[in-house]
Design a protein around this ligand. Structure first.
Ligand SMILES: Cc1cc2nc3c(=O)[nH]c(=O)nc-3n(C[C@H](O)[C@H](O)[C@H](O)COP(=O)(O)O)c2cc1C
Length: 260
């Protein structure tokens, strides 16, 4: 086990592997070269990702691979004009998908109508795990990118664009391409407030916020991004205090997810 030395980093060669090295080097990349990501590479990434665990082997997810520039333009618009969605050669949409479960229920005389929070959570977690697995598989090939949660800005418009049936929604997307930038890594909160041993320590958990505000401010100052002294706290408050995507529950209900 990695000793809790406060850095969260492996401390000796026994705890280093290629996968750990890849994860330790990861950061979101939003600019891509003209080089294509081939179909063979996408297949390799997704076949590896499909080895991700899923809740009770439900496999309650699907993936839509998008290359069509017109579709990416429309997805970028839904995501508030995120140009990297257009710029990336391949865009993966990770879909929470209850259609096959509904079919199984029907075969046995049951219905997925009135489904509950757990069904929606299981499908969303499955999509998240396969998405991160795909991201890591891509990174291992040198293909980099960024996840796009802004698909949830308008789940119905995304569903229509991608031809998604009822009982599905895009949890997030993933832009993939060959990097044309090497951004400095964004610091993480100090490990001692995030990783707990045996029992959660609320004091340690909250104690990292002030040091992190200072650390993140220093990072943003260095890369020339405007921020405040309360860098992380202020960002989080500004972005999320006013009930973000408050229409989401209603939109997902229309897509067949009750979440209650
Ligand atoms: C589920 C999820 C959704 C995200 N959505 C977006 C997004 O819509 N647009 C974007 O530019 N970055 C998005 N990101 C990237 C995060 O902003 C980024 O991971 C975070 O700021 C940490 O930076 P790093 O990945 O470079 O370490 C998302 C990340 C995750 C995990």
């Amino acid at each position: 086990m990695t000793p809790p030395d406060g850095t969260g980093q492996p401390t000796d060669h026994m705890t280093l592997s290629e996968t750990i090295r890849v994860l330790n080097g990861r950061r979101s990349v939003r600019a891509y070269s003209d080089k294509d990501v081939t179909d063979a590479q996408v297949t390799a990434i997704l076949e590896a990702a499909r080895r991700a665990p899923t809740s009770s082997n439900l496999q309650a997810y699907s993936v839509v691979v998008v290359r069509d520039p017109a579709t990416k333009e429309k997805l970028a618009a839904i995501a508030g004009g995120q140009k990297h969605i257009v710029a990336c050669p391949v865009y993966l949409a990770f879909v929470a998908d209850l259609t096959r479960i509904e079919a199984a229920f029907r075969r046995h005389g049951n219905s997925l109508d009135d489904n509950n929070l757990e069904m929606g959570l299981m499908a969303s977690i499955d999509a998240g795990l396969v998405g991160m697995s795909a991201y890591l598989a891509a990174e291992s090939l040198g293909i980099q990118g960024v996840m796009i949660g802004a698909m949830r800005n308008d789940p119905e418009a995304v569903a229509e664009l991608l031809g998604l049936p009822n009982r599905t929604y895009v949890v997030f997307g993933l832009c993939l391409g060959w990097p044309a930038e090497a951004p400095k890594q964004k610091p993480r909160m100090p490990a001692e407030g995030i990783i707990h041993y045996e029992r959660y320590d609320a004091g340690m958990a909250l104690g990292v916020v002030d040091p992190y505000n200072a650390q993140l401010k220093a990072h943003y100052d260095e890369i020339g991004k405007e921020t405040t002294d309360e860098s992380w706290s202020a960002d989080v408050d500004r972005k999320y205090a006013q009930r973000p995507r408050d229409h989401l529950r209603a939109a997902l209900k229309k897509r067949g997810f009750d979440f209650r």
